[in-house]
Design a protein around this ligand. Structure first.
Ligand SMILES: [Fe+2]
Ligand SMILES: [Fe+2]
Length: 357
């Protein structure tokens, strides 16, 4: 347990809590028990001050903390496809803590309160939700862009590749039925950036666009670099994520993903598809594999090799840029809903963000 400055219950919540003491235990019977018949889904986005909360949410970031009064409490986030909101459990904390883990779907009864200018759900009752009590589609976040349109755009990018071998390899991969089906839904990450269905296509196309602009800019400045390598890197660097990540119950890692990782799987894909292209140069294959293997930039970030030529360096740098822009933008947009001038502390970037800029 850690202590936390936010660990004081908002006014009034103890009184409400004491009325329902002992009622959070799973399976307990009383008139306050949330009905098992699923009511219409209540979305996080629509929750407003003083509103009663009753529904299924995805539990995230659960932690057991100690308040200023020395009493333990549970802090968590309730999430669905529309967003997430802070929640607190003040009573029967140890028992409730045993009922669920982060990542579980939970049925919650509580009330929205405002604490330090932010919405917070004070949870009165909580239990694990049964599979028939929710529709997974309510919890799956999708790209705002149409996946088929993104796929068509990516194929146009691939067709414009000048190098015959790289173009053939790229088109063979994108037209592979298994790759295509997976790419249409794949997220780019489990959490953090583009962590939603279609996120990988969005991330890939974004990098393709940046690569064209960067190439035009630096070539005009006299730099020597091949656009085909940059576009290859954009399309292939994370393509292994279509097998690394599983989207059946939220976003998680597959066994293959845990054992091999997306870089190795992308290199295997290049090896398999390039071996079917007559006369595919061996050295070109090695350069392309290097772009994939070095794209995390540093050994401590999971790349077995650091980038050893300009295009490989640019793929790593632009990948990092695009993922950070997506992460900060999504964080700031969700934080602006609070109306505050400053965001909450962002653990990943280790700073507060100024929301009125
Ligand atoms: Fe990656
Ligand atoms: Fe990436």
């Amino acid at each position: 347990m850690q202590s936390n400055a936010e660990g004081s219950p908002p006014e009034g919540s103890q009184i409400e809590g004491s009325q329902i003491e002992g009622s959070q235990i799973e399976g307990s019977q009383d008139k306050d028990a949330p009905a098992r018949a699923a009511p219409p889904k209540q979305f996080v986005r629509d929750l407003s001050e003083k509103q009663a909360v009753h529904g299924v949410f995805l539990a995230r970031d659960k932690s057991l903390l100690v308040g200023k009064n020395g009493k333990p409490y549970l802090s968590l986030r309730l999430a669905d496809a529309s967003g997430s909101v802070d929640a607190r459990v003040w009573d029967n904390v140890e028992t409730v803590n045993e009922l669920f883990q982060s990542g579980d779907m939970i049925r919650v009864k509580g009330q929205v309160q405002t604490f330090q200018g932010r919405r917070q759900v004070v949870v009165h009752r909580l239990e694990k939700a049964l599979p028939e009590e929710f529709d997974m589609a309510d919890f799956v976040v999708r790209s705002a862009r149409d996946p088929e349109a993104m796929m068509a755009e990516l194929l146009r990018v691939a067709e414009a590749v000048e190098d015959r071998n790289i173009r053939q390899l790229t088109l063979d991969v994108l037209n592979d039925a298994d790759v295509r089906a997976r790419l249409l839904v794949a997220p780019a990450a489990k959490t953090i950036h583009h962590a939603y269905l279609g996120g990988l296509l969005e991330h890939t196309l974004s990098i393709c666009g940046l690569m064209r602009a960067i190439h035009a800019h630096y070539v005009a400045c006299g730099a020597v670099m091949k656009l085909d390598y940059l576009v290859f890197g954009a399309i292939f660097h994370d393509i292994g994520k279509i097998w690394e990540l599983d989207i059946d119950r939220g976003i998680g890692y597959t066994d293959k993903g845990k054992l091999l990782g997306h870089m190795v799987m992308a290199v295997e894909l290049v090896e398999k598809k390039a071996s079917r292209i007559l006369g595919f140069p061996e050295e070109l294959k090695d350069l392309l594999k290097h772009i994939i293997l070095s794209h995390h930039g540093r050994v401590e970030y999971g790349s077995p090799k650091t980038p050893m030529f300009l295009e490989a360096f640019l793929v790593a740098a632009v990948d990092d840029l695009d993922s950070k822009v997506n992460t900060i933008d999504a964080f700031m947009r969700s934080e602006r809903a609070s109306g505050d001038r400053w965001s909450r502390f962002n653990q990943l970037f280790e700073r507060y963000f100024f929301l009125k800029a």
